[in-house]
Design a protein around this ligand. Structure first.
Ligand SMILES: Nc1nc2c(ncn2[C@@H]2O[C@H](COP(=O)(O)OP(=O)(O)OP(=O)(O)O)[C@@H](O)[C@H]2O)c(=O)[nH]1
Ligand SMILES: [Mg+2]
Length: 344
């Protein structure tokens, strides 16, 4: 089997977490993290720290890098012996059904079996859609219009009636898609998702998503990707890496909130040479900060990657996030060497 699946879905819906759960070492599933920006981004680094079968395609969406995608797929299927490869696309992306699935079908006929085009969503997105989707309505809705398979992730956050209501809403609003529930964190529903991916087929439908139209251009014009990567030397041996990451996320949340900008997902990952790591996620200015991994002991030396996907003015977000990194690092007496910074 040479099965390939695209995971679309809004920022923070759990694409990377789900891919990591599927692509555990020892399985024949591999994941490709696809992000804008240069190499060494947080999602891929996290997948390697968790010892997943992971490859990385950066610089642009796989929508526009078909040859690089094909190169990676062939290596994973032929050299690594995988039978299922899953790649995400950047979390504000739309159009991968056409740009990835139909392009592969047209240019590489019969080479890959395409799994149902999969879109992850989470309870908060469903609530937002029910209220009309706000200023991100175009992305939230269009991603789901493309789906063959909708995964309602983070169902650990819902009780039975909440799940049922969300599933019914999704089924009614997007009748072309099958809907499954998942908790990528607890693993509930993971076997059913694997079965749906490996046994199901892409429908290869061609919905009109208004790609390049007015709504598309308006929202894409507000998207901003921020990537900073640095080394930090610790001065004192009681440095608490967990408190540092949390304070940094809080400072970013405060400063971005003051700009009245949106930051649907900021990933902050820091790791030590020995392989211990800490991770916090900020899923917008009005939501609690999530800690998904903590250091087990005081840190002596760190590398960090902070990747943020935001809606706002790039220069303002850059100034706010960079100032947060510098301020909080100074408070913790860290000596910083910033080796990469990008605002896209
Ligand atoms: N409660 C709960 N949290 C989850 C689940 N899956 C993911 N998360 C959390 O949601 C946050 C975002 O998850 P990611 O996997 O990074 O989301 P993503 O879709 O890859 O986000 P982008 O890369 O920004 O597009 C993290 O803090 C995860 O720990 C889940 O099943 N339940
Ligand atoms: Mg991700």
């Amino acid at each position: 089997m040479r099965k390939f699946a695209v995971f679309s879905g809004f920022l923070g819906s759990g694409k990377t977490t789900t891919m990591m759960a599927l692509a555990k070492k020892g399985t024949k599933t591999a994941m490709i993290t696809n992000d804008l920006g240069n190499k060494g981004l947080a999602d891929h680094k996290l997948a390697t720290l968790r010892e997943c079968n992971a490859a990385e395609i950066t610089g642009d969406c796989i929508c526009y890098q078909t040859e690089k995608l094909v190169e990676n797929l062939n290596r994973l299927f032929e050299e690594e012996g995988c039978d299922l490869v899953v790649s995400d696309i950047p979390g504000f992306g739309v159009g991968a059904l056409d740009h990835v699935y139909h392009t592969l079908g047209d240019k590489y006929p019969g080479q890959y079996e395409l799994a149902p085009f999969t879109v992850l969503t989470e309870p908060r997105t469903v609530d937002l859609l029910r209220e009309g989707g706000g200023d991100l309505a175009y992305i939230l809705h269009t991603q789901l219009v493309e789906a063959d398979l909708i995964v309602l992730n983070k169902c650990d956050l819902l009780d039975a009636s909440g799940r049922e209501a969300a599933v019914q809403y999704l089924k009614k609003t997007y009748p072309q898609a099958e809907v499954v529930t998942l908790s990528a964190v607890t693993g509930e529903g993971l076997d059913a998702l694997y079965k749906a991916l490996t046994e199901g087929q892409a429908s290869m439908h061609r919905p009109d998503i208004g790609y390049g139209g007015e709504a598309f251009t308006e929202v894409m014009g507000r998207v901003c990707e921020y990537n900073i990567q640095y080394y930090a030397t610790v001065c004192c041996n009681d440095f608490d890496g967990n408190a540092y990451l949390l304070d940094l996320a809080r400072e970013v949340q405060k400063r971005v909130g003051e700009l009245k900008a949106r930051i649907p997902h900021m990933k902050l990952l820091a790791w030590e040479p020995e392989g211990e790591y800490g991770k916090v996620d900020l899923l917008d200015v009005d939501r609690p900060i999530e800690v998904s991994q903590t250091f087990g002991h005081p840190c002596t030396e760190l590398a960090a990657a902070l990747n943020a996907s935001a809606f706002g003015v790039g220069t303002e977000l850059d100034a706010a996030i960079t100032a947060a990194v510098e301020q909080v690092s100074r408070q913790y007496q860290l000596d910083l060497v910033i080796y990469r910074k990008e605002v896209i």
